[in-house]
Design a binder for this molecule. Structure first.
Ligand code: ADP
Length: 158
């Protein structure tokens, strides 16, 4: 049986922290599906297409990933994709509190899907998409925090 993990998130935008986690996780699974959560009620910074393009370019050297968007319950999306595992990153205590609740809920809805947590590599531990967006809004330099694909897109857009 193919070992498939879903790595869900907003990826708005993808950061070097996400990229590092995906590259490490790719060695542990046959396939990683990067699931871009599409929430029509939440105002997004980048469109789903821009997010797919920037992730695709950032990870073009990896061949066991797929990038999909979803607007259903995460566990439903995971079972539709035949994934056994939901992968999440844990950076801080506040991440833990939220993620613990989320994983318990998901387990309740579908006990067949396990949530696995990975901690960040130290140098990426404090990078988050929301901080990146704040820096962009204040016209700061985000180069060291995001892959080149995000920098290129923003250069064209802003
Ligand atoms: P969400 O809105 O679902 O939190 P994100 O795109 O912000 O989506 O994050 C997706 C996942 O990646 C989450 O599990 C988050 O904890 C994890 N993550 C985000 N940034 C990092 C990072 N720098 N290092 C490791 N994991 C991270």
């Amino acid at each position: 049986m193919k070992k498939i993990a879903i790595y869900p998130g907003s990826f708005d935008p993808i950061t070097n922290g996400h990229v590092d986690l995906i590259k490490r996780a790719c060695k542990l699974f046959d396939e990683i599906i990067i699931g871009i959560a599409h929430n029509s009620k939440k105002k997004a910074f980048l469109s789903i297409n821009d997010r797919i393009d920037t992730i695709n370019t950032a990870l073009e050297d990896i061949n066991n990933i797929r990038i999909l968007s979803f607007d259903t319950l995460l566990v439903d999306f995971a079972s539709l994709q035949n994934a056994q595992v939901i992968l999440r990153g844990l950076r801080t205590i506040s991440d833990f509190e939220y993620e613990y609740q989320l994983s318990a809920m998901n387990k309740h809805i579908n006990p067949n899907i396990e949530t696995l947590f990975m901690t960040p590599t130290e140098q990426y531990a404090n990078i988050s998409s929301s901080l990146i967006k704040e820096i962009i809004a204040l016209e700061g330099d985000i180069s060291v925090f995001v892959p080149a694909s995000v920098k290129t897109l923003l250069k064209h857009r802003l």
